[in-house]
Design a binder for this molecule. Structure first.
Ligand SMILES: Cc1cc2nc3c(=O)[nH]c(=O)nc-3n(C[C@H](O)[C@H](O)[C@H](O)COP(=O)(O)OP(=O)(O)OC[C@H]3O[C@@H](n4cnc5c(N)ncnc54)[C@H](O)[C@@H]3O)c2cc1C
Length: 463
């Protein structure tokens, strides 16, 4: 049988298994059917419910605008799949091409997509984490429970961690007129993602909205009362915060434990794959039949010198799922690279924050449009004379322009595209706490818009 014929046979009668039935898993399943795959399709998910959307869980669900069970992901098309929900995958037999389930069943596949995402990092002390009133927010149930507790009118909420999720939850508390303290080890909120300069703006925003923001401190211990309810938090500076609700917002842990003995390059960093979404084995060799998409994937990006990026962005999960699905059923000569520019949004304290590119891979930042005082501006990030990222506060319409600058390795600082250029456009250090900086100047540019068209070309020095 020629490889073309075997590919056609696979497209008609093959078996594809998707592990992780959430955003990336569902969108990949839909894309597989769009691509003309008519074989058997199985989705395995450890959550018992159908796929739902997570961004509203720290925003509209907590304000009460959307009920927790009103977050189901819209279906783009019929996918005619077998759904194995409420049961986790517990192992992968790569040579035997079988996914092992925790209930003892085995699901054979010809091709596998891994889309198991991340889970919330729990509070490290188990007994303290189990106190009534201590929450994380990753699932629909988490958010529904926290909403109920906020609706009961707590005396004070303590949010541990001022990343995007923690800041959004603090914002909801203020919107609901609930006293809130935010404790953050870094010097300001959002510093890990956006650096000190933008972090200090986020700190002003929080304080202006009545948040009791404590930066440069660690929560060392949670204390409960005799009925097992959380009552107080102890801080590294010797202070205490009395709170009856504590939200632990310390980021995510990648769901890769089930792949521990699989022979894949899977670990705390995620599952490493090539830009065609094909998983690497533990030796760094690319596999042919195992693909990865979404928050669990760790994929090289040519614009950032082929660095492996682990992203927890909604748009990345959708776009990577589409590329993975296409490549799962296409010939090697028709594979697409996953080249979309990382993009993220957040809504907090009435401000729409969006970013494009990878701010953390920058060492300078400059406000190029608008006014920081009015919380309406765009800041561009750069590294060694090239634009690497941009973030907007209530000014998102310009981000496509900056995306183009990043993709074409445009010089930093960029010129301002509008008349609202600030008087002082002097770049300042971006300051990231754990910065891992790239070492070279720009080497490539990206062209094309659709995933089918997007390609990389090496940049020519000086032109
Ligand atoms: C509260 C919150 C707010 C967010 N807000 C934003 C935002 O404003 N903007 C933005 O860009 N992004 C946001 N995100 C991130 C965005 O939701 C994620 O990028 C997206 O959900 C990733 O989708 P995914 O399918 O890759 O992973 P996930 O959504 O994590 O789904 C993975 C699924 O796999 C399941 N699973 C795990 N292990 C197994 C196993 N062994 N067997 C079977 N199933 C398994 C999980 O339970 C889960 O259902 C937010 C996330 C959260 C939690």
């Amino acid at each position: 049988m020629t490889s073309e014929r075997s590919r056609e046979t696979f497209r008609h009668d093959g078996r594809i298994v998707v592990v992780g039935a959430s955003l990336a898993g569902l969108r990949a399943a839909e894309a597989l059917r769009d691509e003309g795959f008519t074989g058997s399709l199985t989705l395995v998910g450890d959550e018992a419910c159908e796929p739902y959307d997570r961004p509203p869980l720290s925003k509209q669900v907590l304000t009460g605008w959307v009920p927790a069970d009103g977050t189901a992901l819209p279906r783009r098309r019929e996918i005619d799949a077998e759904w194995l929900l409420g049961v986790p995958a517990s192992g992968l037999d790569l040579a035997g091409k079988r996914v092992e389930l925790a209930d003892g069943r085995e699901v054979p596949f010809d091709r596998l997509l891994i889309a198991t995402g991340v889970r919330a990092r729990p509070w490290a002390d188990r007994a303290e984490a189990a106190l009534d009133g201590v929450f994380v927010v990753r699932t629909r149930d988490d958010s529904g429970r926290l909403w109920e507790r906020l609706a009961a009118g707590p005396g004070r909420v303590l949010v541990i961690g001022a990343g995007f999720a923690g800041s959004e939850i603090a914002s909801v508390c203020r919107e609901r007129d609930i006293p809130v303290t935010v404790a953050e080890t870094a010097e300001a909120p959002l510093v890990g993602a956006l650096g000190s300069m933008v972090g200090s703006i986020a700190a002003n925003l929080q304080r202006a909205h009545g948040v009791d923001l404590r930066c440069g401190v660690k929560v060392t211990r949670l204390e409960g009362d005799e009925r097992g309810r959380v009552r107080r938090a102890h801080l590294s500076d010797g202070g205490t915060v009395d709170a009856d609700v504590v939200v632990v917002a310390l980021g995510g842990v990648r769901n890769t434990e089930w792949l521990r003995d699989s022979g894949l390059a899977a670990g705390v960093w995620g599952v490493a794959c090539d830009s065609g979404c094909r998983a690497f084995d533990v030796n760094g060799l690319v596999t042919d039949d195992v693909f990865v998409a979404g928050d669990v994937a760790r994929c090289p990006h040519p614009v950032y010198e082929y660095r492996f990026l682990s992203l927890e962005h909604w748009a990345n999960a959708v776009e990577q799922a589409q590329v993975a699905a296409h490549n799962m059923v296409s010939s090697p000569t028709d594979r697409w690279p996953h080249l979309s520019m990382p993009a993220f949004w957040s809504m907090q304290f009435g401000v729409n924050i969006k970013s494009v590119g990878v701010p953390v891979l920058s060492d300078e930042v400059v406000v190029t449009q608008g006014s920081v005082e009015e919380h309406r501006f765009v800041a561009a990030y750069g590294y060694r004379g090239r634009v690497t990222a941009a973030v907007s506060f209530d000014n998102a319409k310009w981000l496509d322009h900056y995306r183009h600058l990043i993709e074409t390795a445009a010089p930093f600082p960029p010129s301002c595209p509008t008349p609202d250029q600030p008087a002082d456009m002097k770049p300042v250090p971006a300051h990231f706490p754990n910065s891992v900086i790239i070492t070279q100047g720009a080497t490539v540019v990206v062209t094309g818009y659709e995933p089918s068209e997007r390609r990389v070309a090496f940049a020519r020095p000086g032109g």
